[in-house]
Design a protein around this ligand. Structure first.
Ligand code: 13P
Length: 241
């Protein structure tokens, strides 16, 4: 069984005045068998890396540009993110697919850049409520995965299954639906790809034990509840391994 990865996606939240988060989290969690990751906004990657130094908590980014450098005002390359201390890059989050029109082909190109830069990507996939109600969830999500995965991902690519309708809504997919989707995603992974499959969408201390105990759930990608060290610790404490 893979070691579970509990990742926090701070989205567009976080200021330097909140860096005590890391000490508070370490105090609240104690020893955890899980691998821990926080993905702050890019402005805080370097300071979070310093604040988390020695804690075992890795730091990641929420997006990157596909190119190594060049005339791309406002964008950040993988090398820049690595230089600031990032070890992971979240890619293809549904908010970026919706707000910035990111396609799976673009996500794949970014994931190739992440691999080339020596970091690990967390590729997000998930269906809309309409797609689920039409019975197309597994087809849509599996297609998204295969179109977003880089070539030769090996063990430097993780997947996050985040049903769009479960993000920030307080609604979570049923346990049966999570197990079925994670099983379908595992089965769809090309040979040689050992990606962990995280669940994301309204994960909180109250539902973490059930979700993290499910078959094929290799961790969680947590939004809102990762902003509060006590809530995030309450999730981490439910990791299975
Ligand atoms: P919430 O945990 O706030 O629903 O967000 C999930 C998410 O989008 C993580 O990437």
């Amino acid at each position: 069984m893979a070691r579970q990865l509990i990742a926090g996606n701070w989205k567009m939240n976080g200021l330097s005045s909140q860096l005590s988060f890391f000490d508070d989290l370490v105090n609240a969690v104690g020893d955890s068998p899980a691998e821990l990751l926080i993905c702050p906004p890019a402005t805080l990657i370097e300071r979070c890396s310093r604040a988390a130094d020695g804690s075992g908590i890795a730091i990641g980014a929420q997006d990157c540009h596909v190119s190594a450098s060049g005339a791309h005002t406002g964008d950040l390359s993988v090398a820049m993110l690595a230089d600031a201390g990032a070890r992971f890059v979240i890619l293809g989050h549904s908010e970026r697919r919706a707000d910035h029109g990111e396609t799976s082909a673009e996500v794949k190109a970014k994931a190739e850049a992440v691999l080339a830069g020596g970091l690990t990507s967390i590729i997000c996939v998930g269906e809309t409520l309409e797609q689920r109600e039409q019975g197309n969830a597994e087809t849509v999500v599996t297609e998204q995965l295969l179109a977003s995965l880089p070539e030769n991902a090996g063990d430097r690519c993780e997947i996050a299954y985040e049903p769009v309708w479960a993000i920030g809504t307080g609604r979570t997919a049923s346990s049966a639906d999570i197990v079925a989707m994670h099983g379908a995603l595992k089965a769809a992974l090309p040979a040689g790809v050992s990606a962990r499959i995280l669940y994301g969408g309204s994960v909180k201390p109250q539902n973490a034990e059930e979700i993290l105990g499910l078959d094929n759930v290799d961790g969680a990608l947590v939004g809102g509840a990762s902003l509060n060290p006590v809530d995030f610790a309450g999730i981490i404490k439910n990791t299975r391994c």
